[in-house]
Design a protein around this ligand. Structure first.
Ligand code: XIL
Length: 376
């Protein structure tokens, strides 16, 4: 009788232990910052770095869940706004380096690779660049200012910020060189038939300031519009042939739900043909997110149905699969998400969007786990 009781007890213990073990394997970490959560950066470490765009307030308190999420999930970071010209260089003779200094220190203390975004852009740029008193600045003055701006910033972070978006969004939606104050005022300064002169000046100054930094020309829709990819290809080809030190092309990748592996590869391969001119050219994914509403669409137009979410998950897994394929060919080593989680995404224009792998409560989405499966 005693033996039977003992056997029953042992069986009961085994039963409970099995249940607990099953429970443990079946349950998965809920929040991105949890100790037992997986890490997307760690999971993809043999392929590429995975990062996010952050703000100074995300990294100033190591005990916050945002900061814990960053430290757990990412091994490369970029500043969402605080390293843009309007913040770094708002007046001609004044730079405000504090935030970016702290950001770079934070990255170095935590083995995170900092990116620089962005030196020259038509947006978030202070007006003084383009003025001489009340008049438009001359081409010479704008070019001198570009040189001074780029040289000062890149020199300050020499050897520390290893990849810079030197020029951002210089190709317009019409497929031409974007009409901006830069292209308008500088124009075809050297008379060689193109108006890339402001871009060339920026890249040359960046290269002189830090010859080892990776210098990127960054743009949107070059992963989705064949026309825009071809226009970017032509612009970079011409500049490379003229000896401009461009090391790579940055794909922002603000994509829509339903974006496929095939179409994206078709566009990226157009850009990668530049390797015929510059064999060690690389690509980076610099601002990745999946806009659930599509441009101009209102939330009312979209229902987050099961089918919609399945497509969302597929969009993410398709594109990560593509990134892995490019990484295996040595073409891509950095994939950065534009934001930390749904709640802070720039795509929440007055309404909640769902573009990230981490939701607004810092919960890991199904798409996150499906993406991680790819690397297993
Ligand atoms: C966006 C930021 O996320 C917003 O907070 C800001 O108001 C506007 O700029 N392409 C870029 C990024 O290169 O710098 C933009 O960031 C998003 C589109």
């Amino acid at each position: 009788m005693v033996k039977v009781k003992r056997l029953v007890t042992v069986l009961a213990i085994i039963f409970v232990m099995t249940l607990t073990a099953c429970g443990q394997t079946a349950s998965r970490a809920e929040f991105a910052y949890q100790d037992n959560a997986p890490s997307i950066a760690e999971t993809f470490k043999d392929y590429f770095r995975v990062g996010a765009a952050v703000n100074s307030w995300d990294i100033d308190n190591p005990d916050s869940n945002q900061c814990k999420t960053i430290l757990k999930q990412f091994n490369t970071l970029v500043m969402e706004n605080e390293s843009k010209p309007e913040n770094l260089h708002p007046e001609e003779d004044r730079y405000y380096f504090d935030k970016f200094d702290q950001f770079v220190d934070f990255c170095e203390e935590n083995d995170i690779v900092p990116r620089g975004h962005c030196l020259i852009w038509h947006s978030q740029v202070p007006g003084w660049f383009f003025k001489d008193g009340n008049q438009d600045a001359s081409a010479e003055l704008v070019l001198d200012r570009i040189k001074e701006h780029v040289t000062t910033i890149v020199t300050r972070y020499k050897g520390r910020v290893k990849s810079w978006d030197v020029c951002n969004e210089v190709i317009g939606d019409d497929g031409q060189l974007r009409f901006s104050d830069w292209s308008r005022l500088v124009g075809d300064y050297d008379g060689d038939g193109d108006k890339y002169d402001f871009i060339e000046t920026a890249f040359i100054a960046a290269h002189e300031a830090d010859p080892d930094a990776r210098l990127i020309i960054n743009d949107y829709s070059i992963e989705s519009s064949t026309d825009k990819a071809i226009r970017m290809y032509n612009a970079v080809k011409k500049m490379l042939e003229d000896g401009v030190p461009i090391d790579g092309v940055g794909f922002q990748m603000h994509v829509g739900n339903g974006t496929t592996y095939e179409k994206t590869k078709e566009c990226m391969d157009i850009i990668l043909k530049l390797k015929e001119i510059k064999p060690d050219l690389v690509i980076e994914v610099t601002e990745f997110d999946v806009n659930c509403y599509g441009w101009g669409q209102e939330p009312a137009d979209v229902e987050l149905t099961k089918e919609f979410l399945e497509e969302f998950n597929k969009t993410y897994t398709d594109l990560f699969r593509l990134f892995m394929d490019y990484s295996k060919e040595g073409l891509l080593d950095s994939v950065i998400m534009w934001g930390l989680h749904d709640g802070v995404s720039w795509l929440n224009n007055g309404h909640q969007n769902y573009p990230m792998l981490i939701d607004k409560d810092l919960k890991l989405k199904d798409a996150y786990f499906e993406v991680l499966e790819l690397a297993k």
